[in-house]
Design a protein around this ligand. Sequence first.
Ligand code: 6PG
Length: 243
Amino acid sequence: MPDVRTYPDASTLARAAAEHFVALAQEAVSTHGRFAVALAGGSTPRATYALLATSEFASRVDWTRVHIFWGDERCVPPDHPDSNYRTAREALLDHIPVPPDHVHRIQGEIEPALAAAAYERMLQVFFAPGQPRFDLILLGLGDDGHTASLFPGTAAIHEQTRWVVGHHVSKLNAWRVTLTLVAINAAVNVIFLVSGAAKAGRLSQVLTGPYQPDLLPSQIVRPTNGRLSWLVDSAAAALLKLK
Ligand code: 6PG
């Protein structure tokens, strides 16, 4: 059973997530001099990003040692309202002293396959000579059980070699660029943030239901040599019957 921590509400969840971020950043910087973190998109992490931008949290992180990446991106320009980069920039990056060359965004504005190849090359250089070992990857849980941009029924969830793929998601009729499970499961820490009653059924299915990777890609997230944690609020955990 993965490590599931339940918080009374969304704001307590966001605060706990910010505390985890700070603790893991301090640990990574003290053990190997840098903190490589991949941010999640969507709406749930915004409150956490906004908290990290406050002096209460920002003052406890050496941002000059932090490298910011993304788990996935929508194929839109960086100033587009749907851009995961824009979401993080407005909530966090514009408010912290992270060096601009430590912000490694996915180029949602170019051809998806080219954006994916460029991102993978950048990761290969950054993590050379080894596997992509992020210190932390933040993930969300989609209503359909997707995570990052690994959607049910897509070939991307079965990728065995590439670290990043660009693919068309027919149910969205949209293109996405996403880390694959090769990269996600190589991380030191993976933390899912899940909030709200709308996620309760899916969360219970993912955590306690039968293993159905094609239907519930979030179930395939199992760090090979790392920690997996689920930080959820009580509304999302309402149907969870943890053993
Ligand atoms: C994205 C995300 C996606 C997200 C889930 C949950 O780009 O949309 O990376 O995987 O985390 O869809 O989204 P919410 O937090 O908005 O529910």
